[in-house]
Design a protein around this ligand. Structure first.
Ligand code: FAD
Length: 305
């Protein structure tokens, strides 16, 4: 029986692991990898205490910090698939068929990119269809590209592409992008940029690599085609909350709702932190800080029991 099982090896999970180990709680951390979502970033410049670090090195630093703790067990290549309530504890099950019993569970499983779900997307993933502009914009030097999504992520993808791409279309479903006006102004001031409002991607074209994008012009109800080599999908994220979804209250996005003072969920034995939770801002430092809050609160509960 563990005091605490932590799910996730991103900044949230690792921060929780370090704090739980130092509190001498009997802890198991389960993750399928270390580093989390910014692992793919070429340069993270806002991880406090570090001026600049690649996502890969950040992942290594997190893993090293965790493994330096004496009092923690780590499973680094498995995934939690289900959580069940037992009388006075929880049981978590993993993809590899193991089960673990724990008094408390901390969910730090982050999120994954939302997909368009249109023909050609899966087939051309990594062959011109990309989900990380920070990582891949430099690969599109002199190319014609489209960004799908007019939220902040989409607008920032456009900005990432400005120094490289020959042309950047931005496809927005509604009448105006929802992202920051300042970022939009920076884009619209550049002649390479073209905003296509009231549009909906329908099909990504290409054999070995992307060669075009078909979209519905919702104003005229006509299908139109762009000849291009890159499609940047920036339509949000899906929280990795499936394995606890029937145990805790989630919002309409599937994010686990927490008490932001303690990180406690609607379930008395489950806490959640970082991108899987309904925290307003999704950032590495925030996940780590929320995890510290959660572990200190779980520690208090443990000592009350
Ligand atoms: C391309 C990109 C660049 C970014 N750049 C920055 C930046 O420069 N600065 C910044 O502050 N933020 C940045 N962010 C946001 C930042 O990466 C996230 O806010 C942060 O990673 C969230 O941390 P987390 O620990 O909550 O979750 P995650 O980082 O998503 O980590 C979740 C972990 O849980 C594991 N996991 C998931 N499901 C399971 C399961 N069922 N069982 C076991 N393990 C599981 C995952 O493998 C992963 O290790 C960026 C995000 C992206 C996508």
């Amino acid at each position: 029986m563990y005091d605490l099982v932590i799910v996730g090896g991103g900044p949230g999970g690792v921060a929780a692991g370090v704090y739980a180990a130092r509190k001498k709680m009997k802890t198991l951390l389960i993750t399928d990898s270390f580093g989390g979502q910014s692992l793919v970033s070429a340069d993270v410049q806002n991880w406090i205490g570090t001026k600049s670090v690649s996502g890969f090195d950040l992942g290594k630093m997190l893993e090293e910090h965790l493994r330096a703790q004496e009092d923690i067990e780590i499973i680094d290549s498995d995934k939690v698939t289900a959580t069940s309530d037992k009388e006075v504890f929880l049981e978590v099950a993993t993809e590899q068929g193991k089960t673990f019993q724990t008094k408390y569970l901390l969910v730090a499983s982050g999120s994954r990119r939302r997909k368009l779900g249109i023909p050609g997307e899966k087939e051309l993933d990594g062959k011109g269809v990309v989900y990380c502009s920070t990582c891949d914009a430099p690969l599109f030097k002199g190319k014609v590209t489209a960004v799908v999504g007019g939220g902040n992520a989409g607008l920032e993808a456009g900005v990432d592409l400005l120094p490289y791409a020959e042309k950047i279309y931005l496809l927005e479903r509604n009448e105006a992008p929802k992202g920051d006006a300042i970022t939009l102004a920076k884009l619209t001031a550049n002649p390479k940029f073209e905003l296509l409002i009231m549009t909906e991607p329908q099909k990504i074209l290409g054999d070995a690599f992307v060669s075009g994008l078909e979209y519905l012009d919702r104003k005229t109800n006509q299908t139109k085609k762009l000849d291009l080599q890159g499609v940047f999908v920036e339509i949000g994220a899906i929280p990795n909350s499936e394995f606890v979804k029937d145990k805790v209250t989630t919002d309409k996005l599937g994010e686990i709702m927490v008490d932001h003072k303690t990180q406690k969920t609607s379930h008395p034995r489950i806490w959640a932190v970082g991108d899987v939770s309904d925290v307003l801002y999704k950032q590495n430092n925030i996940s780590a800080g929320d995890a510290v809050k959660a572990v200190l609160n779980i520690y208090e509960e443990l000592n009350k029991a």
